[in-house]
Design a protein around this ligand. Structure first.
Ligand code: NSS
Length: 430
């Protein structure tokens, strides 16, 4: 008898098959039991009629607790009312493990309770939908760069130096020295771009963010391309192409999941290039016009980003921020050195910044000067300065935060559900 997965039942109509899974839910009406069986790929209703199975099997069905693991045999029958279009007429059933009383029931649970049971919560259809969209986004990102000839470069997680400011570093002992968990792979992909031209890294990054917001994780995944000879304009074009590609990819491949999440897809269908571009100066004016008390030179808070993004149908670039509020490596605009050639991409619908990118400083003296202004020790960054000594070229790159992108595409209020096991300011468990 063929062992099949629920998602492939349509290829086995009329056949007797085996399904290995867990009891998701069940109900009974005397002579008939309805067992909802999930196997990771989907849920199928198993129908067990008293007169068609042995009395032991029928009795076992009655005892099954939610999430007990079972192996079921049955005949695949088309049924228009069934979620996947098929149900299973059960012919036999074996118990693998009888589960204890399962803590997550169909009733409403609070978020903290669900987060405490994240290892079990992953079994629910909603979490499945989110994590499958996440998977699709990752695949889409990889395909996008692979098809364009970028080389994947894995960057270290244990690092000697900061990339994004020293206030959010996680520190750890490194024998007689200290190390920091990587905040970004950027400095290393810059080196790789000088070796390979077009590269990207994609891995976990770590920030001891003191902020407890719906957009911040302590551990998040970032995709960071870096391109030699690319300027600030090339950089923004690559960003809008990537984001549009990924959104359209999810719309094509994961529509069923977006439906489970009740996502309004009309807003996603709009996500095609070009994206609007506004300068930081204009953003400040727009905020002031909207009644926000903000002056030139201040950084935006989450609320400010939402106000700006709501003024546009598509994601919007804000470019040329004041140098004083941005990272040490960003190249000043030659025509206006008080601003840098950087951009943040703000997602629509209040999701805020999903990308931060910039053209990098290619002049060794200016880079040294910036490092000393930021109190960064030159010895630790000597190798990074070398990149400006041996064939320095204009180059640019950016970082796309995976979890914020998943939250936006799925339409979730908080990033905590976008990663299997979130690390939050108050949560390291499970
Ligand atoms: O700090 S960033 O704006 N930029 C960098 O790290 C650069 N070194 C990237 C580069 O040019 N190679 O972070 C980039 C993105 C940001 O837009 C968010 O989408 C995401 O990374 N991000 C976060 N997501 C979740 N939680 C936290 N704490 C977080 N911090 C940044």
């Amino acid at each position: 008898m063929a062992q099949v997965y629920v998602e492939n039942l349509n290829q086995h109509e009329g056949e007797e098959v085996t399904i290995k899974g867990w009891i998701y839910n069940k109900r009974s009406s005397g002579r008939i039991q309805f067992l909802m069986i999930r196997d990771g790929t989907g849920i199928v209703q198993g129908v067990m009629v008293k007169s068609e199975v042995s009395s032991e099997v029928f009795a076992l069905g009655k005892e099954l607790m939610q999430e007990s693991s079972i192996i079921a045999q049955g005949i695949v029958r088309p049924d228009e009312r069934a979620p996947g279009g098929y149900e299973l007429t059960i012919t036999d059933l074996q118990l693998v493990h009888m589960a204890e009383e399962y803590p997550i029931t169909p009733k409403e649970h609070g978020t903290e309770f669900l987060m405490d049971h994240r290892h079990l919560w992953l079994r629910s259809p909603r979490q499945h939908a989110i994590l499958r969209v996440r998977h699709e986004i990752i695949k889409g990102i990889r395909d996008f760069f692979d098809e364009r000839g970028f080389v994947l470069i894995d960057t270290p997680i244990l690092t000697p130096a900061a990339c994004e400011g020293t206030t959010t570093l996680f520190e750890t002992d490194y024998f007689d020295d200290k190390a920091f968990l990587a905040q970004s792979g950027q400095l290393y992909v810059e080196a790789a771009a000088m070796a390979f031209g077009k590269v990207y890294c994609f891995g976990p990054t770590f920030r001891a963010e003191k902020s407890k917001t719906r957009r911040h994780l302590m551990e998040f995944w970032m995709i960071e391309p870096e391109v030699a000879y690319a300027d600030h304009e090339d950089n923004m074009r690559l960003q809008e192409d990537l984001v549009s590609f990924v959104v359209q990819r999810v719309l094509t491949h994961r529509l069923a999941e977006l439906e489970i999440l009740e996502r309004d897809i009309s807003r996603l269908q709009n996500v095609v290039p070009p994206f609007p571009r506004i300068s930081y100066d204009e953003a400040i004016e727009r905020l002031q016009d909207a009644g926000v008390d903000i002056e030139w030179g201040a950084d935006f808070g989450g609320g400010d980003e939402t106000i700006l993004a709501e003024q546009f149908e598509r994601p919007v670039f804000v470019h040329r921020y004041p140098a004083t509020i941005k990272a040490f490596y960003m190249k000043p605009d030659p025509e206006r050195p008080e601003v840098v050639l950087c951009d943040d991409l703000l997602a629509p619908e209040g999701y805020g910044e999903i990308i931060g990118g910039s053209q990098r400083i290619d002049d060794p003296d200016l880079l040294k000067q910036r490092m000393s202004e930021h109190d960064l020790p030159e010895e630790t960054y000597a190798w990074y300065l070398d990149l400006r000594r041996y064939g320095s070229v204009p180059h640019s790159g950016f970082g796309l935060g995976l979890e914020r992108t998943v939250a936006w595409i799925c339409g979730l209020p908080h990033v905590r559900e976008t990663i299997p096991f979130p690390r939050l300011i108050n949560r390291l468990y499970p």
